[in-house]
Design a protein around this ligand. Structure first.
Ligand code: TA6
Length: 302
C-alpha cells in the first residue's frame, strides 16, 4: 500500500498536517456517528451507541470490517458487525447480560487529554443504570485512530470508586472475508484454547494455519504475537495485534447458528470471522484509582 505521507506530498499537500479529520454526523437509523478520515483516503465510522466502529476502509478503498445487512440501528440493540465493545463481562461468564453493557450504552464524545487531535475519543461512566447491574464507579475511554493501512482501537478503564472491581472485556472485531472456507488464520500454534462449540473443551492449537469449516467459537489464551488472516479468495491479508489484551477469541457462528440470529443476513457467516482481542482467562482487577489499558491494532498487509 502506498505510503500516506508520500501520496500526500504527491497531491501537493505537503504542508498540511498528516492527521485524521473528524466529523460528526448521523448514520443509520439517524443515530449519532463520528467519521474519521485520513489524508491517505482511509476512513472509519464510529457510532456513539456502544462506541461501536462499524466501518474501516483502508486507503485502497477496501472495506475491512463485516457489518450485517440485518444489523439493528435502533439505539437499544447491539450492532451486529464492526467492533462491539465488550465490558465489563465477556459472553456469559458472569451474572450480567451477555457481553456486559458497554455495547448497548450511550457513550459521549470526549476531549483528548493528551492533546492529540488525530483520534476520536468516546467515554462512558457509571450511571444509575450501570450501577444497578454492576455496582462500581468506573470511567471507560475508547480511542480510535487510523493510518493509511491500520485501525487502532484502545480502551482504558479506570476505577473511580472506593472499592476494587474485577472485569473481563473484549474488542469483538468482525473481519470481512471473501469466503470463510478459503481463509487461513496463522499465529495461534502452540496456544492453549478452549472451544465453546465443543463443550468448553481445552486443547492446544497444532495448526500453523487454521482452516474454518462450520461453527468456531474459541478462546486462545496468552497469545503474544499477531494473528494473521490470509484470504485466498480476495488476496487480502490482515493482521490483528493486541497490547494489554492477553487472549484472542475466534468466532464464526456456522450456518445453523447464523440462521437463528435475527440480526444476521442469510449466509453472511460465509463472509466474516471475528478476531477478538480479549481479556478472559485472568480477569482484570483494579483497586481504587487504578487504570487498565488494552488495544487492538488491525493492519491490512495486502
Ligand atoms: O465472542 C464469541 C461469542 O461470545 C460467541 O459465543 C457468540 O455468541 C458471539 O460472541 C456473539 O454474541 P452475541 O451476543 O453478539 O450474539
Amino acid at each position: 500500500m502506498q505510503d500516506a505521507r508520500r501520496s500526500h506530498r504527491l497531491a501537493g499537500l505537503a504542508d498540511e498536517p498528516l492527521v485524521n479529520r473528524v466529523e460528526r454526523d448521523r448514520g443509520a437509523g439517524g443515530m449519532e456517528r463520528v467519521v474519521l478520515a485520513h489524508p491517505s483516503g482511509s476512513r472509519a465510522e464510529v457510532y456513539l451507541h456502544g462506541a461501536h466502529v462499524t466501518s474501516w476502509r483502508t486507503a485502497d478503498g477496501v472495506e475491512r470490517l463485516f457489518l450485517s445487512q440485518a444489523a439493528r440501528f435502533d439505539g437499544r440493540s447491539a450492532i451486529r458487525g464492526g467492533i462491539p465493545v465488550i465490558f465489563p463481562q465477556f459472553a456469559d461468564r458472569g451474572p450480567l447480560p451477555k457481553h456486559g453493557f458497554a455495547r448497548v450504552a450511550g457513550w459521549r464524545l470526549a476531549g483528548d487529554e493528551a492533546g492529540r487531535d488525530d483520534r476520536v475519543i468516546l467515554e462512558l461512566q457509571d450511571s444509575a443504570v450501570t450501577r444497578e447491574m454492576w455496582p462500581h464507579a468506573f470511567r471507560a475511554e475508547l480511542a480510535v485512530s487510523l493510518t493509511d493501512d491500520s485501525l487502532a482501537v484502545e480502551i482504558v478503564v479506570a476505577n473511580r470508586g472506593d472499592d476494587p472491581f474485577t472485569f473481563t472485556a473484549a474488542l469483538h472485531s468482525y473481519l470481512r472475508v471473501g469466503d470463510v472456507e478459503r481463509i487461513a488464520v496463522g499465529g495461534l500454534r502452540g496456544r492453549t484454547l478452549e472451544s465453546r462449540a465443543e463443550g468448553r473443551q481445552r486443547d492446544v492449537e497444532r495448526a500453523d494455519e487454521l482452516r474454518i469449516r462450520g461453527e468456531l467459537d474459541r478462546v486462545y489464551f496468552d497469545v503474544d504475537g499477531p494473528v494473521v488472516v490470509r484470504d485466498e479468495a480476495t488476496g487480502a491479508v490482515v493482521e490483528a495485534l493486541a497490547d494489554g489484551f492477553p487472549d484472542v477469541v475466534l468466532w464464526n457462528p456456522g450456518a445453523d447458528k447464523a440462521r437463528a440470529l435475527a440480526d444476521f443476513g442469510a449466509d453472511e457467516q460465509r463472509v466474516m470471522l471475528c478476531v477478538e482481542a480479549a481479556v478472559v482467562g485472568s480477569p482484570v482487577s483494579l483497586a481504587t484509582g487504578e487504570r487498565w489499558r488494552g488495544e487492538q491494532r488491525l493492519r491490512a498487509l495486502r
